[in-house]
Write a protein that binds this ligand. Structure first.
Ligand SMILES: C[S@@+](CC[C@H](N)C(=O)[O-])C[C@H]1O[C@@H](n2cnc3c(N)ncnc32)[C@H](O)[C@@H]1O
Length: 251
């Protein structure tokens, strides 16, 4: 398994993590199926956040969506299938998933069961934010109502350093009304670095020099609350991999 496990730092390695230096595992959902996390998220989340008005467009962003399995499952979990056309909430809720890995995005596009409601684009969030702004502008919206950033922070942190992590959080906060964050804990960093070493590869560029370490979720919360105008409003508990699912809202 190309990740860290729940109750120890040991990992089963079913594939070569060296081939996925950005967490772009080709088989991610075989070892972390969407249900693992969806079970913690209420199906009424959009209503709970005040986005149930069928006349308004709700935009959801999924950062680092991999092959799109969770994006689709998340959408279906939150937006019920209409009984009749008039009742359709689906026409009003759109999800945009993006990932830096073009092959994963191609797979997501090819297997997308709801192309009118869900779209996938290739994008590296560390280099380009304008495409997201264009997407919002085209729909006359200033923000995504909900942004998912699940299991992505560590990869940006390891590959782009402390600055990259903080920039990611700031950027997402600037375009989101609500942000659902699952930050990998520090033990995952150690596992990821150890796996690279085992393979005889050089360390992640930034691993040894990171100053942000320890309780990563707490560091993220602090940055979002102190510098990005967001506040933590809910924790959905811990996932099977012992990661917190935290919901932030623009103040
Ligand atoms: C471990 S997977 C998590 C996938 C999904 N978010 C989930 O939780 O099910 C991390 C994903 O983040 C993507 N990723 C890493 N850095 C990225 C970046 N700078 N821009 C866009 N995607 C990125 C990887 O390609 C990978 O597909």
């Amino acid at each position: 398994m190309a990740t860290c496990s729940t109750n120890s730092d040991s990992v089963d390695e079913l594939d070569d993590p060296g081939a996925a230096p950005y967490g772009n595992f080709i088989n991610y959902y075989t070892f972390n199926p969407p249900e693992n996390r969806l079970g913690l998220i209420p199906a009424t989340l959009l209503q709970d956040l005040g986005y149930s008005n069928g006349h308004r467009t709700t935009l959801i962003l999924d950062v680092g969506c991999n092959s799109g399995d969770l994006s689709v499952a998340f959408y279906k979990h939150l937006v019920q299938e209409p009984v009749c056309e008039e009742e359709s909430d689906r026409s009003q809720v759109h999800l945009l998933g993006f990932d830096l890995d073009e092959a994963l995005i191609q797979r997501a596009q090819q297997t997308n069961p709801l192309p009118s409601n869900i779209s996938f684009i290739p994008l590296d969030i560390t280099t380009d934010g304008s495409q997201l702004q264009d997407y919002l502008d085209q729909r006359g919206c200033s923000h995504f109502q909900l942004c998912l950033c699940l299991a992505v922070t560590m990869w940006v942190h390891l590959n782009h350093g402390d600055r990259g992590l903080l920039q990611l959080l700031s950027r997402l906060a600037s375009i989101s009304q609500h942000l659902l964050l699952e930050a990998q804990p520090w033990k995952c960093y150690r596992s990821a670095a150890r796996r690279l070493r085992k393979l005889g590869r050089s360390d992640f560029d930034h691993f040894k020099t990171l100053k942000i370490r320890g309780d990563i979720a707490e560091h993220a919360r602090e940055h979002l609350e102190r510098h990005c105008g967001m506040e933590l409003i809910q924790s959905f508990g811990n996932t099977a991999w012992d990661r917190k699912l935290l919901l932030f809202r623009r103040r």
